[in-house]
Ligand binder design. Structure first.
Ligand code: 5GP
Ligand code: RI2
Length: 316
């Protein structure tokens, strides 16, 4: 396969959700840029930029993809070989960030899960499951309630994963969340993006769960690596919520009915008031601290922002 074919093939896998999950798509995009850099021998800067844009224009909501690509695109060097090496080094650094952050989040978050807890989770988040698995491996007897997460049923992935680990898990339909909330000790979900004012953008249905949890006084925790915080929102942009094909939601005979519109947003916004804690790899923080993470951990200031930014033309 030629270098751009590899990139286009990877972008297609992300779009079709063959590769999915905010952390996984970020890591996969970075692995792809690394492979691309290993193969490119001319017009290095221009070709890297084109490859980065193809990967960026796949799924608009998870800022992990933007942060990952921008991390690699801050490569340095004068000669082709220096630049290539810099891309490879930065890609490896980011991949290491993904893996170590997930483990650290597991360690920190597990302290909030006590023996005998029933934990509710939504969709399939590697960071949220890291917390649940770590608590279980520490010998705590826990049970999980997992929503099926229509329309893509990522809940099926979650119950498989937990079953393999030996963790008892109950699968429920998304609309049964309120019904089960009284049995739940805490909710743990992942994140696609955290905004500068501490709002959570995550799989559609998350905000309803947060609302039900708040009403029942059940702690609602978010597992989010620091690369899930959005620098764009510091500069006033709103997060673009991906709306996917209605065919994922309803059969053709429904879609073809007169006067019927079918909509399929993939994510929703949970305001910070519903969030008790965000578990990051550098500590458990209140949502109000999102600004500090973007400024100090991700190192974004107004000047830098425009400079390093790879344009995302399809959803800007
Ligand atoms: P709601 O839409 O549920 O009333 O509130 C959403 C909350 O998330 C508000 O506090 C809003 O300021 C905050 N927020 C931060 N960034 C975004 C964004 O990109 N989109 C939306 N819809 N809300 C955001
Ligand atoms: P991790 C997923 O998005 C879900 O919304 C999940 O909560 C989030 O990414 C984070 O997953 P999708 O790709 O990064 O299934 O924690 O649409 O694995």
């Amino acid at each position: 396969m030629d270098a751009f074919e590899i990139v286009r093939d990877a972008a297609d896998k992300i779009k079709r959700m063959e590769v999915r999950g905010a952390a996984r798509i970020a890591k996969f995009a970075v692995e792809t840029l690394k492979r691309f850099a290993e193969l490119v021998n001319e017009n290095f800067d221009e070709n890297m930029r084109k490859a980065a844009e193809i990967l960026l224009n796949t799924r608009p909501t998870a800022v992990s993809l933007f942060n990952a690509i921008n991390y690699v695109m801050r490569y340095s060097g004068e000669s082709l070989e220096e630049k290539r090496e810099s891309v490879i080094r930065r890609a490896e650094e980011f991949i290491n960030w993904v893996d170590t952050a997930r483990a650290k989040i597991g360690e920190i978050g597990a302290k909030r899960i006590k023996d005998g807890y029933v934990v509710m989770t939504h969709c399939n988040s590697s960071a949220a499951l890291s917390i649940i698995k770590t608590a279980f491996r520490q010998g705590k007897s826990i049970e999980v309630i997992a929503t099926e997460s229509r329309p893509r049923y990522q809940g099926h992935l979650t119950v498989r994963e937990l079953s393999e680990e030996g963790i008892p898990v109950t699968l429920i339909v998304d609309s049964a969340v309120r019904y089960f909330m009284n049995e739940v000790d805490c909710v743990v979900v992942g994140a696609d993006t955290i905004t500068v004012n501490g709002a959570l953008i995550n799989k559609i249905g998350t905000s309803q769960i947060a609302l039900a949890a708040k009403e029942a006084r059940v702690p609602f925790m978010v597992a989010a690596e620091t690369y899930k915080f959005s620098p764009k929102t510091l500069f006033g942009e709103l997060v673009v919520i991906e709306e996917r094909d209605p065919e994922e939601v309803a059969p053709k005979e429904i879609l073809s009915l007169k006067n019927v519109k079918v909509r399929n947003p993939a994510f929703d916004v949970t305001p910070r008031d519903y969030i008790d804690l965000i578990i990051t790899e550098i500590g458990a923080i209140p949502p109000e601290m999102a600004y500090i993470i973007i400024r100090e951990r991700l190192g974004y200031s107004g000047m830098e922002y425009e400079e390093i930014r790879v344009s995302a033309k399809h959803f800007d």
